[in-house]
Structure formats: C-alpha cells, structure tokens
Design a protein. Structure first.
Length: 255
C-alpha cells in the first residue's frame, strides 16, 4: 500500500518519459524508483527469495526462477504507466509470489481508490479484507476489458477481427490500460472478462491468483491451460469462458 501511495504522492516528480520498444511502451523515473524501493524491501525481509521485476528484467524472456523450488516475487511497480503519465487514475502496483510454477500469493493495490485486492492460494480473494467473487453475468450482459499493442493493429492481424466479433456480442469492451486492475476488476465482478496477448509475468501474476481464488477461470486463447511465461491470457467469470474463447478463436475476416 505504501508503494502505491508513493506513486500518487510523487507524481509531480515525474521527469522525462522514455520509450522502451516503441511509443506505446513507456517508462518514467517513477517506475524505476518505485521498483527499487519495493525490491529493496523484499530483499531485506526475505534475502533468500528471488525477484522478477519489470524494469530490471526488461528484454529477458526466460523466467525459469518461476518454476524453481523457492519463492519468487513477481513485481510490477507501476502497472498502467501510460495512464499515470496522463494522470488518468487507473493504475496499480501488482505483486505476486510463485513457487514451483504455482502462484501462492498476490496483491494488486489501487492507490487512487485505496483498494487493496489480495489472495492467498486456497484461501480466497479479498478487497480491503472483504471476500470477493466473480460475476454470474451472461455474455450479453458482460463487459470485457482487453489491451493491444501497436504491432497488433499494423498488419493483417486477426486481432482486429476478434475485437469486432466480441464487440457484437458483449455489452461493452474497454481498453482501460492496466492488466493488473483489469484482472482485479474481473475477480470482484465489476467486469466479466479480460483477455490480452503477449503479456509479461509481472502484468498478470497477482491478478491471475485473484481471479482463480474468486471463482473465475483462466486459460490461453484456445482454452488450454494457461502458462505464465507465455502470456496469452483469457480470464472470465467461468459462465462466459467458452463463448469468449470461441469468439476469440473464430476471430476471422468474416466478422
Ligand atoms: C501495461 C498495462 C497495459 C497492457 C500493456 C502492459 P505497464 O503495463 O498492463 O494494460 O495493455 O501490455 O505492458 O507497462 O503499464 O506496466
Ligand atoms: Ca511498462
Ligand atoms: Ca504492467
Ligand atoms: Ca509497469
């Protein structure tokens, strides 16, 4: 919670915004400084644990420490950097803990609303200490969140067709800009589904545990078991899962 409040308190100190891969992929001094603060605390409290964190791991694609027999913290110090830069208050701190490839604990904190989403494996998911559950909405009552990258739209990608297929069936679809909060909102039933390709472990580790502990379902786009390292995620309230994956997989030109 302290790490999230620090983001809000220090926004006035934000300096130049740097591009990483492209103009959509930005980082600020605040991302880096919050990451340093969080990882220092983890190291001080748990010197034997591993840490995977976005800004120090950028460019790496091998996250083998996730599968090892020790605790591995997966840290996104600011999920929703573009929103933060624009002072659009939909961003969070997301921290998950994994062991032997399984998520054992996760927190997503929204400092603007003072909402702490938390989950421990087998113990349920909570919002500010109150148990949360996914929704029971049907497909036509549902709101979905998603996200795309520049590359997704630049070619003949099937993504644009899958978007239009889903848009025709759901109540609404939004690109809100924080995968961590999108999953937390799915967990507490504010929205009913979230899907996106090519995410990194720090974007979704905590949120995955929130959704599964809140009774939701998580797979890849073809409905197969989800793999944290591969990052193509579909998370829903269970009820609409098959329909959503069917729509996503059928996202062809005839939409
Ligand atoms: C981003 C957000 C966004 C998603 C991007 C992520 P960041 O994380 O989660 O919603 O669409 O793919 O990279 O860079 O703001 O931590
Ligand atoms: Ca980033
Ligand atoms: Ca992120
Ligand atoms: Ca980030």
């Amino acid at each position: 919670m302290d790490a999230g409040q620090w983001l809000v308190n220090n926004r006035y100190r934000m300096e130049a915004v740097h591009y990483k891969r492209n103009h959509l992929d930005v980082v600020t001094n605040i991302d880096q400084q919050n990451e340093a603060r969080i990882t220092e605390r983890i190291k001080a409290a748990f010197p034997d644990h591993q840490i995977i964190s976005e800004e120090s791991q950028f460019g790496h694609t091998n996250y083998s420490s996730l599968d090892e027999d020790y605790y591995c913290w997966i840290v996104d110090p600011l999920d929703g950097t573009v929103n933060y830069v624009h002072d659009f208050t939909y961003y969070c701190v997301s921290i998950g803990v994994a062991k032997k490839g399984k998520l054992v604990a996760g927190v997503v904190y929204d400092p603007n609303r003072k909402e702490l989403f938390s989950a421990v494996q087998g113990k349920g998911a909570y919002l500010n200490g109150k148990r949360i559950r996914v929704s029971e909405r049907s497909i036509k009552q549902s709101v979905g969140h998603t996200g795309y990258t520049a590359a997704d739209w630049s070619t003949d990608s099937p993504l644009r067709f899958e978007f239009s297929k889903c848009y025709a069936r759901l109540r609404n679809i939004k690109i809100a800009g924080s995968a961590g909060l999108d999953l937390a909102y799915t967990a507490c039933g504010r929205i009913d589904a979230f899907w996106q390709r090519s995410l990194s472990p720090w974007d979704i580790a905590a949120g995955i545990l929130l959704v599964s502990e809140a009774g939701g379902r998580i797979t890849d786009f073809s409905g197969q078991a989800f793999d944290l390292q591969q990052g193509n995620i579909v998370a829903t309230n269970q009820v609409i899962h098959e329909k959503i994956t069917e729509l996503l997989m059928g996202g062809t030109r005839d939409a």
